[in-house]
Design a protein around this ligand. Structure first.
Ligand SMILES: [Cu+2]
Length: 162
């Protein structure tokens, strides 16, 4: 093979994957986002962060039953606690967390329950989890929010109820 042709083949061997890989990634993104409907938990609305205690549904934080084995938690995060910080639901519950922050950026992370969102002042986060087995799930703030960040937590207690 002539030298010029070899260089051309090497170049082609690099150029083709460098086009194919991003195109493949874009295709995977489009298929999962629009085909499979997979999205990151997104912003579910806005709230004035200085008026959280007066604004529904955060004026009455807590657990609300919305249907058989369906619950909604209206949750407010502030330095350095969650309100409410303990939630009790029966096994097999579907729980939607509607949460925001009153002050700085916090996180809402429940390991083992597929809950992982940022709580940004002014934004409402909405995320749904299923609790199919009894036990205790730790609620953690996983965005560093100040000197007592490590003490900011809570728990979801999934109880066996008839
Ligand atoms: Cu925090």
């Amino acid at each position: 093979m002539r030298r010029g042709a070899t260089v051309y083949l090497y170049e082609l061997a690099w150029i083709l994957p460098s086009i194919a890989i991003p195109v493949g990634m874009l295709a995977a993104l489009l298929v999962t986002a629009f085909g499979a409907g997979i999205h990151v938990p997104s912003v579910a609305g806005q709230v004035d962060p200085t008026k959280v205690p007066e604004t529904a549904p955060f004026d009455k934080p807590g657990l609300v039953q919305t249907g058989p084995r369906h619950y909604e938690v209206r949750m407010v995060a502030q330095i350095w606690s969650f309100t409410p910080d303990e939630i009790r639901v029966p096994t097999g519950s579907t729980v939607t967390f509607v949460a925001t922050s009153k002050d700085v950026i916090h996180g809402l992370f429940i390991p083992g329950a597929n809950v992982n969102v940022m709580l940004i002042p002014g934004q409402i986060a909405r995320v749904t989890a299923h609790f199919d087995r009894p036990g205790e799930f730790f609620i953690a703030c996983h965005e560093y929010c100040g000197i007592a960040h490590h003490t900011m937590g809570g728990r979801v207690v999934v109880e066996t109820r008839p």
